[in-house]
Design a protein around this ligand. Structure first.
Ligand code: KG4
Ligand code: ZN
Length: 348
């Protein structure tokens, strides 16, 4: 089976071809960073236009690299949400057009499910597993019971963790996206210089909170630069390191609680998966791996380029759904919001 995947929900335009045997025949990602950098964040309208400009060429490139043409495909999987609606529409409509022209099945993929399943593409992880989903828009602990059966155990009550990285980077005068910049700066920083809060640490439940952490960083920056001076690189590095360690502590605390609950429900299935762009962070991966080991779990973290937005994970979700007979009609809607677990959303 060969599936074309299309991703356009945020600021990465991506196309990939993946097989039913977990081979990534091609995976092209065009990062729009330079389109958005001047604004310090993603501008939805700019993103949608850039997707239109680049998507056709990326699809042609992905097919070429994979050595297949449209006739050699078994299906088209496109992200149908959640995300910036203009971008989602561009990718989904393109996928529909290819499916209609080629008489191919369309799979309308939930971007979050793409992240969730990426460890099954990279490492053939079997259900059930506990997933820590950490992206620019989400921070959730999810019990993945089976394909399409996800139970959200906890979520952020304010900012997403990637969003916190991006906001703190901005406060520290670092570039966008903030995650990789913070990680780089933190390597040369002292993580004990500033004491930062760990909101919700030790509390019942599995929810997260990051906005207090961000506010604490803002206060430190204001104290260090009362007249808006530029911070020294030592200050920046120490802030980055202190922030990153605080995030690691929070993620480890909440995920450790979830591992205990998951182990009760699924004796013997001791698998933790971390997915989403923030999972590209090496320091967080190491802390989570250590926590997993303490709880008798094994951590699976897909390679960094499968954690940040890509189309291979969307194509793979398409492989899994097509194999299960879960295909969509050409009337599949584009959704700005699309919860993985509708029951959780109804409760919230
Ligand atoms: O999954 P993703 O690529 O897009 C969304 O679905 O949101 O996640 C993007 C987020 C951004 O907030 C970015 O700053 C963060 O992932 N990120 C990182 C790292 N690389 C990307 N955060 C921490 N450390 C990194 N190395
Ligand atoms: Zn994503």
């Amino acid at each position: 089976m060969r599936i074309l995947g299309i991703e356009s929900s945020c600021d990465e335009t991506a196309a990939a071809v993946v097989t039913g045997e977990r081979q990534i025949l091609s995976s092209l990602v065009f990062s729009q960073i330079h389109h958005h950098q001047a604004y310090g964040g993603v501008v939805p309208e700019v993103a949608a236009r850039a997707h239109i400009e680049h998507l056709d060429g990326l699809i042609a490139g992905a097919l070429d690299e994979a050595g297949v043409d449209f006739g050699g495909l078994d299906g088209v999987a496109a992200t149908a949400g959640p995300g910036l609606i203009g971008g989602v529409l561009v990718g989904l409509v393109t996928g529909k057009a290819i499916a209609a022209a080629g008489g191919l099945p369309l799979i309308a993929v939930n971007h979050l499910e793409g992240h969730m399943l990426s460890a099954r593409l990279s490492d053939n992880v079997s259900f059930p597993y506990l997933s820590l989903l950490v992206t620019g828009g989400h921070c959730q602990l999810v019990e993945a019971a089976a394909l399409g059966h996800y139970r959200v155990m906890g979520t952020t009550i304010d900012d997403a963790v990637g969003e916190a990285f991006d906001k703190v980077a901005r406060l520290a005068g670092l570039g966008y996206p903030g995650g990789p910049e913070i990680e780089r700066a933190a390597r040369n920083g002292n993580d004990t210089r500033f004491s930062l809060p760990r909101p919700l640490k030790g509390r019942d439940g599995f929810d997260f909170s990051f906005s207090g952490l961000k506010t604490a960083v803002r206060r430190i920056v204001e104290e260090l630069t009362p007249d808006g001076e530029i911070m020294s690189s030592r200050d920046i590095n120490d802030i980055a390191a202190s922030f990153q360690t605080a995030v690691a502590d929070i993620l480890v605390d909440r995920t450790s609680r979830a591992m205990l609950a998951f182990a009760d429900q699924h004796p013997g299935a001791a698998r933790l998966v971390v997915a989403g762009g923030v999972a590209a962070n090496q320091m967080l991966r190491q802390h989570l791996a250590d926590a997993a080991e303490r709880h008798g779990f094994v951590l699976t973290a897909p390679p960094a380029d499968l954690c940040t937005d890509n189309a291979a994970m969307i194509a793979w979700a398409g492989v899994e759904r097509l194999a299960a007979g879960l295909i969509d009609g050409l009337d599949a809607p584009a959704r700005a919001r699309w919860p993985l677990d509708p029951a959780w959303e109804a409760r919230a």
